[in-house]
Ligand binder design. Structure first.
Ligand code: ADP
Length: 418
């Protein structure tokens, strides 16, 4: 047969069979390589687990801190410095070492975990000005719970640092950023208000916190507004701090006179405030002049970019199921526009006024616990005989002058005279 003769002669030809062999080897290699790739993809898909956490996510910082503790042998670190000056002027600086961008390994519960911290080139988080980053954890196996456990541990570790503390937030760009170190909680009984005021507000706020369903059933936005007014140094700010401590809430402080704050930003910040936080708008009178005055004066009614109607709109908000607690403070109630303090925007108005005799007595006892009630009453009488109203801050300042001598405090009350 001519065909079989041809095949036989080709097979006998050494050049032809060598070429054929080479093609065969090349094909086999290509198949192997492709197969290897498929196998790796399949392996990654079925036998490896990965978790990607972008820097925008709240877990990101927690996770970095946690990895620092667990990957003790990580040799390549970045430093993160927190700097805080407290009221007394003392400066605290804290250095945290966190794994630097790159790849690190550590073992957790008998699993090897690979950490890759990568920084996107040329991508900035516009809100914070920091590079956009991700941390990716990879491990062998298919137990996804491993990552949940890690995240839960990281969260617990981070929150335990805040235990017993009140966290303050301030606006930074379009988001809330923690301000300084969490502060030790201020005990509620360290703020001495007129009889019954603390109890009344605490009961109201607790009742509010415990009744989301009541609001939802009636289609009422779940928010409550409080206005504390009165002269400076009488405890408005201290009381809000102590309340937050008592409720284990954080405080988001917003200064409406901030010129970089616009209506949109205000609205946005309000809607993304951390859960379980009190929003504090301090010295609300300073941000706006009364509308009538403005209309008469014909001047620009706004001292900054937040407009009065913008603030009202933000306070009214869109009906939301999110809990919203807003505290406003002012030294001058009469400077506030009635539209701002009508029910719905401000549900409870409370004066925090000059020290009453009973408060002065309690302050005395708090400062000099070993002294008799008689002396405390005498001190209060001496102060009221001055015929001048005093703030608790003034009384506190006076006690500081007589730290170790209650007797001198009793006798020198005239020092308090203006
Ligand atoms: P306000 O916000 O009314 O101007 P602050 O709360 O800032 O007053 O008080 C200023 C200082 O005076 C703080 O150090 C605070 O401890 C003290 N102080 C003022 N009022 C009280 C009060 N009612 N009880 C205890 N301390 C007070």
């Amino acid at each position: 047969m001519p065909e079989s003769g041809l095949l036989a002669s080709l097979a006998d030809n050494p050049y032809f069979s060598a070429g054929f062999g080479l093609v065969g080897v090349g094909t086999a290699l290509a198949v192997l390589r492709k197969g290897g790739q498929f196998a790796f993809i399949a392996f990654r898909r079925h036998a490896m687990i990965t978790l990607e956490v972008p820097s925008k996510d709240r877990s990101f910082q927690w996770l970095l801190q946690w990895i620092t503790l667990n990957a003790r042998k990580a040799q390549h670190l970045s430093v993160e410095t927190t700097f805080h000056q407290n009221d007394t002027g003392k400066i605290n600086t804290k250095f945290d070492f966190i794994p630097s961008p790159g790849t690190h390994f550590f073992s957790y519960k008998n699993h090897w975990i690979r950490v890759e911290r990568s920084r996107e080139k040329g991508m900035l988080d516009l809100h914070t000005g920091t590079p956009w980053e991700t941390v990716t954890l990879t491990s062998l196996g298919w137990r996804r719970e491993l990552f949940f456990e890690i995240l839960a541990e990281a969260q617990k570790m981070a929150l335990s640092r805040e235990e017993g503390k009140t966290v303050m937030y301030i606006p930074m760009g379009a988001e809330w950023r923690q301000f300084g170190f969490p502060r030790r909680r201020r005990p509620l009984d360290s703020v001495i208000l007129a009889n019954g005021v603390t109890e009344k507000i605490l009961a109201d706020i607790k009742d509010f916190i415990h009744s989301p369903k009541w609001y939802m059933d009636r289609g009422i936005p779940y928010r409550r507004g409080y206005l504390l007014y009165g002269p400076p140094g009488c405890g408005k700010t201290s009381f809000i701090q102590a309340l937050a401590g008592e409720l284990e809430y954080s405080i988001c402080v917003m200064n409406l006179s901030d010129r970089s704050l616009s209506d949109d930003r205000l609205n946005h910040l309000m809607s993304i405030a951390p859960q379980q936080s009190i929003i504090l708008l301090e010295d609300i009178d300073a941000a706006f002049v009364k509308r009538e005055e403005d209309e008469q004066g014909g001047q620009n009614m706004y001292l900054n970019r937040v407009t009065f109607s913008g603030l009202l709109n933000t306070l009214d908000g869109v009906a939301s199921t999110e809990e919203r607690i807003v505290f406003m403070t002012t030294n001058y109630l009469n400077r506030l526009d009635p539209a701002l303090i009508r029910p719905g925007r401000v549900d409870i108005k409370q004066e925090i006024g000059y020290a009453e005799a009973d408060q002065i007595e309690r302050m005395f006892r708090r400062f000099y616990p070993q002294e008799s009630d008689r002396n405390a009453r005498q001190f209060a009488r001496n102060v009221s005989n001055l015929g001048e109203l005093k703030s608790i801050a003034q009384i506190q300042g006076y006690f500081m002058l007589h730290k170790n001598s209650p007797q001198a405090a009793l006798e020198n009350v005239n020092f308090l005279k203006e």
